[in-house]
Write a protein that binds this ligand. Structure first.
Ligand code: SAM
Length: 282
């Protein structure tokens, strides 16, 4: 087994050079260089024996996942990385690397084709240019996912973990709360990457579950609609987004037990659920 130490900046630079590669900003390539951070992410991520990793890069996290899990499947978009992984993961028999855009990956196909139809955990030091798209893709298809551990920009983590009334609380917070709120695990300094990103990072974890007994689409349309004009109150947004006003609007707020002169930023995810039920007559 080839055991390069890939947990140092100089080694990562050497491996990149050896493979005629350079970190691509356009693909959000910032490689983890701190072994402790990598261990902590792997420890948090392996909630079951099957693990899917998004964007393995040179395999720093993959190796630690492979030490803990029975089967690891990685999806990497960059052909250069996939070729380098053939060396950095040499000897790791329980790892499969798929060369693909994760946004186009069929999670059911992976579950049936690679994990024998069993549930799996998802983890990634996410490429920051598509953080929200990846979060949505995984959570919206999370029926068979035991946990989703993600390293993301701290600013986005603050928004996802915000409480109603906080300045960071917004449509994305309430919308993704449909799957249960994320746990804030730990912050990671930009010194722990090569190259160093301009923003700081945070590791969060979802244990996805459907929190509310309502269709996802109806719930998220209600959240988006109520936040569509952030400075306006719920009444104004109900009119602008759903064309509902007058008596019908009064009945909706009465049924929901919610004050129409409130702003969306003060509503909890449960309030949005109750409001959605009233709007859609459920
Ligand atoms: N896991 C490695 C680590 O922690 O050192 C690399 C993380 S780096 C922040 C993000 C990785 O995601 C890169 O390897 C990049 O090529 C890959 N990536 C970017 N866009 C992707 C996509 N759409 N699908 C799959 N992988 C992608």
């Amino acid at each position: 087994m080839l055991m390069d130490n890939i947990y140092s900046q100089s080694e990562i630079r050497r491996i990149l050079e050896e493979n005629s590669l350079a970190p691509l900003k356009s693909l959000g390539q910032n490689f983890l260089t701190d072994q402790n951070v990598v261990e902590n992410i792997a420890e948090a991520a392996v909630s079951t024996k099957n693990v899917l990793e998004i964007g393995p890069g040179l395999g720093a996290l993959t190796r630690k996942l492979a030490d803990r899990a029975e089967k690891v499947v990685c999806v990497e978009i960059d052909r250069g990385m996939v070729e380098a992984l053939a060396h950095t993961l040499e000897g790791y028999q329980n790892v499969t690397v798929i060369h693909q855009d994760f946004l186009k990956t069929d999670l059911d196909e992976i579950r049936n084709g690679c994990f024998g139809g069993e549930d799996f955990a998802v983890v990634g030091n996410l490429p920051y240019y598509i953080t929200s798209k990846i979060l949505l893709k995984v959570l919206e298809d999370s029926e068979h996912i035991t946990s989703f551990t993600a390293m993301i920009q701290s600013e986005v983590a603050d928004r996802l973990c915000a409480e109603p009334g906080d300045e960071n609380y917004g449509a994305i917070t309430a919308s993704l709360a449909y799957y249960g709120g994320p746990e804030h695990l730990f912050d990671v300094s930009n010194k722990c990457f090569y190259p160093e990103p301009e923003v700081s990072s945070t590791v969060i974890r979802y244990v996805p579950r459907k929190m509310f007994d309502i269709d996802r689409d109806q719930y998220s349309k209600t959240v988006r609609g109520m936040f569509s004009m952030r400075r306006k109150n719920l009444q104004n947004n109900l009119k602008a987004s759903f064309g509902i006003k007058g008596d019908r609007a009064r009945t909706i707020f009465q049924e929901a037990g919610i004050d129409g002169s409130e702003r969306a930023e003060n509503l909890s995810p449960k309030d949005f659920f109750i409001l959605a039920k009233a709007i859609y007559n459920i």
